[in-house]
Design a protein around this ligand. Structure first.
Ligand code: RAM
Length: 345
C-alpha cells in the first residue's frame, strides 16, 4: 500500500533501551578537549537538544543518539526546555557553547529564533547538526532529515483519503505554529490535496504546541466547531496520541478518522480499540543514531557538510551529504493493526 516500506526488518534496534538515556546522560565532560580540531584530538562531547523534554519521540531518538555516542567513544548529554516555544532552546545552546561541547544536535522549534545563539556556538567551534526539524540552512552545519518532506506529506494525505473515502472535511492538529518541519509538511499536504483530492476540504489547522493537554483540548474544539468533520491529520506524535485519547471515549470514535505521525507504543491501544486504522512514522532511534554519527564526522573533520561528503554511521552503514547540507535517513513507514505489535518504541 502506498509503495511504502512495511518490512519490520528495515527498523533496526527497535527495542533500543531508553535506559541508554539514563546511562549516558551523566554529562561528564572528560572527553571534551575544547578544540574541535579534528582527528584524534576531536572534541566528541555531543549534546542533544530536543524541541522539548518529556516527549517519547525524542526520548527514543535521543536514546539512539546516546547509543551512537557510546559506540564512537564520545560523551553524551541531553538538555532541553519543558515548553516547545520558539526561543525556549536559546539558553541551552548558550550553556552548551560555554561548556565547550564538540557538537550540538538540535530539533528546532523555529527556523530563525535560535540562529543567533547557534551562530555564537559555531564561532566557539561547536559543530551544529539539526535533526527532525531544521533551522534555516545558514544556521547549522548539517540537517539530518527523517524522510523527504514530500513523502511525509503524501503518506498522510493518502491515509486520510483512504480512511474517509476520498471526500469531506478534514482538519490538521499540528505542534507549535513556528515548527519548521510541521509547516513544511502542512504546505505540501495542502498542495497534495489540491493536486489529487479536490473533494477533500481542509477546514482548519490548529496548534497543540506538542503539549498533551493543549492538543486534547484543540481536538475537542475542532469537533465542536466543525460538526461535519470526517477526519483529522496530526503530524505530531504528541498531537495524534492526545487526539486519539479524546476520540476513543467520544461519540466520534470510529466515525471521525484520525491519522498522522505517531509512535507505535503511544498508538497501540487506539489501533486495537478501533479509534485509529493506520498512521505513519520513521524510526526515531535511527534518526538520533545517524545524527550523532554525523556530529562525530563533523567534529573529527572527516566531513565539512559539502554535498557529496560521505561518512560511516555504525550499524546503519554509509551516508552521503545531499543538497543544502542535508542527509536523508529513509522512507516513512505505515503502522496498522497487522504490524503494530512488531514494534516497541
Ligand atoms: C513530535 C514532534 C517532532 C515530529 C514528530 C512526528 O514528536 O513535533 O518534531 O517530528 O512529532
Amino acid at each position: 500500500m502506498f509503495g511504502l516500506k512495511r518490512r519490520a526488518g528495515t527498523f533496526a534496534a527497535l527495542t533500543l533501551g531508553v535506559a541508554l538515556v539514563a546511562a549516558g546522560c551523566g554529562g561528564d565532560d572528560t572527553n571534551t578537549s575544547g578544540g574541535g580540531d579534528g582527528g584524534d584530538d576531536a572534541n566528541l562531547a555531543v549534546t542533544f537538544l530536543p524541541k522539548n523534554l518529556g516527549n517519547p519521540y525524542f526520548d527514543t531518538s535521543n536514546a539512539g543518539g546516546a547509543e551512537a555516542v557510546e559506540e564512537f567513544g564520545g560523551t553524551y548529554e541531553e538538555v532541553g526546555p519543558t515548553e516547545a516555544s520558539p526561543t525556549s532552546q536559546v539558553s541551552y545552546i548558550q550553556t552548551a557553547a560555554q561548556q565547550g561541547v564538540g557538537a550540538l544536535v538540535v530539533s528546532a522549534n523555529d527556523p530563525e529564533a535560535i540562529c543567533d545563539a547557534l551562530e555564537e556556538a559555531r564561532s566557539a567551534s561547536v559543530k551544529i547538526v539539526t535533526f527532525d526539524s531544521d533551522t534555516n540552512p545558514d544556521c547549522r552545519d548539517l540537517f539530518i532529515n527523517q524522510a523527504s518532506a514530500e513523502g511525509i506529506a503524501k503518506v498522510q494525505i493518502d491515509l486520510i483519503a483512504e480512511q474517509i473515502g476520498g471526500s469531506g472535511q478534514i482538519a490538521i492538529l499540528s505542534a507549535s505554529a513556528n515548527a519548521t518541519n510541521q509547516n513544511a509538511w502542512i504546505e505540501l499536504m495542502e498542495e497534495e490535496l489540491a493536486a489529487s483530492h479536490p473533494d477533500i476540504e481542509l477546514v482548519e489547522v490548529v496548534y497543540g504546541d506538542d503539549d498533551d493537554q493543549t492538543s486534547f483540548d484543540k481536538t475537542a474544539a475542532l469537533l465542536q466547531t466543525h460538526p461535519e468533520l470526517k477526519g483529522i491529520i496530526s503530524p505530531t506524535t504528541v498531537g495524534i496520541a492526545a487526539a486519539a485519547r479524546y476520540l476513543s471515549t467520544s461519540e466520534h470514535k470510529g466515525s471521525v478518522a484520525l491519522t498522522g505521525l505517531g509512535t507505535p507504543n503511544q498508538m497501540r491501544e487506539y489501533v486495537k480499540d478501533g479509534t485509529v486504522t493506520a498512521f505513519a512514522l520513521w524510526n526515531p532511534a535511527d534518526l538520533g543514531y545517524l545524527a550523532a554519527f554525523a556530529a562525530q564526522a563533523l567534529a573529527t573533520g572527516e566531513i565539512t557538510g559539502e554535498e557529496g561528503d560521505t561518512f560511516e554511521a555504525g550499524r546503519l552503514g554509509s551516508y552521503e551529504v545531499g543538497p543544502d547540507a542535508s542527509v536523508l535517513l529513509g522512507d516513512p513507514f505505515v503502522f496498522d493493526a497487522a504490524n503494530i505489535d512488531d514494534f516497541d518504541f
